[in-house]
Design a protein around this ligand. Structure first.
Ligand SMILES: [Zn+2]
Length: 182
């Protein structure tokens, strides 16, 4: 969930925060740009069988609320850190998880296995909406996407006006509305 890829020419000046440059024989180049330096790159031999241990892709339309419900049924911990577990679902970062829970009106502290079917449906829909809004924009690097809850501690909830609260879960900041996220 960190960084971005830029495709340019090998003799261009590398973009700011370039962390890795992959040059191709035709003179083109792929650059990994990561201002926060949180990303990692792994090198694997050609044709090696990769088992990344990743869950379904969050943006895969075939990943259903039913799949999500089954994955959550065996977990007793709170929902927000679970959404960051790439084994549960791949591709959901801290910001997206908070935004999705706000949109689905779910308290981030709720135990996974206590969420009702309709709440999980709402969460699945919310994840799709949030990811769709994020496509083509860098949530943290520019202002093309307006965040509803992330990094808005003390600001009024866009739905009910209650000040947004920040808590820490599994070492990460979680922002939520204490009034309309139940
Ligand atoms: Zn609210």
């Amino acid at each position: 969930m960190s960084g971005d890829w830029v495709f340019d020419a090998a003799n261009d000046v590398p973009p700011r925060h370039a962390r890795a440059l992959i040059e191709f024989a035709d003179g083109s180049r792929l650059v990994f740009v990561d201002s926060r330096a949180l990303g990692t790159l792994d090198l694997h031999a050609v044709a090696s069988d990769l088992d990344l241990g990743l869950g379904p892709d969050a943006s895969d339309p075939e990943w259903t609320a039913r799949d999500l419900k089954a994955a959550l049924a065996t977990r007793r911990g709170p929902i927000k850190p679970a959404l960051l577990d790439q084994k549960l679902v791949a591709g959901l970062g801290n910001i997206y998880a908070a935004e999705s829970l706000w949109r689905a009106r779910i308290d981030p502290r709720r135990p996974c296995n206590r969420l009702a079917r309709n709440e999980i449906s709402a969460l699945r829909k919310a994840i799709a909406t949030v990811l769709k809004r994020a496509t083509g924009a860098r949530y943290t690097d520019d202002d093309t996407v307006t965040l509803d809850v992330y990094d808005r501690e003390g600001s009024p909830c866009r739905r009910c006006g209650t000040p947004i609260e920040r808590i820490v879960q599994a070492g990460r900041s979680t922002y939520f509305c204490p009034s309309c996220q139940r």
